[in-house]
Design a protein around this ligand. Sequence first.
Ligand code: 5GP
Ligand code: MG
Length: 180
Amino acid sequence: MDKIQVRDREFTISIPEAKILQRVSEVAQQIQHDLKDEHPLFISVLNGSFVFAADLARQLTIPFNISFIRVSSYEGMASTGELKEVIGLSESIEGRPVIIIEDIIDSGFTMASLLESLRRQHPADLRVCTLLTKPGNLKADVRIDYSAFNIPNDFIVGYGLDYDGFGRGLKEIYVVDTEA
Ligand code: 5GP
Ligand code: MG
């Protein structure tokens, strides 16, 4: 389906499933190439990155660990830029190569605060892997090591990302229809 309704808004397909999976596989190859013998720890940022993390993990053939954290809640369609604390990281990351898995980097403030918080725990290496980036909105100074897609500044839903809690199970990525 090219058009869908989530809650009170209509959305149009933006990235089909096959294209997403193809890029996820390419990103996985890049990561394996870069961190072959390093036994990295992936830290997936909930809720939005759970689908991306699951697909990425199944494309990797190197040994790795994966853990899940939560940093902020995002309500409605505007990023607040508010920095919230990191919840749920139970293991030590000291001396380990760490790769953060995020669904989307918009202003970059969430990622900047997360990087700052994780750096204080002295990982051996700290990289950022995001499914989506909105380069036109990026304000924080973050180095994005792996990004599957650059997209315009429009609100999107699907493949783990929600609108008001809904739409996370959609296999494709959809963009909101702007009201005429
Ligand atoms: P940032 O701090 O980079 O501005 O915001 C990052 C967070 O905002 C993401 O992790 C995500 O939760 C949310 N976000 C930003 N843009 C979108 C979007 O287009 N759709 C959805 N569903 N969430 C978004
Ligand atoms: Mg997120």
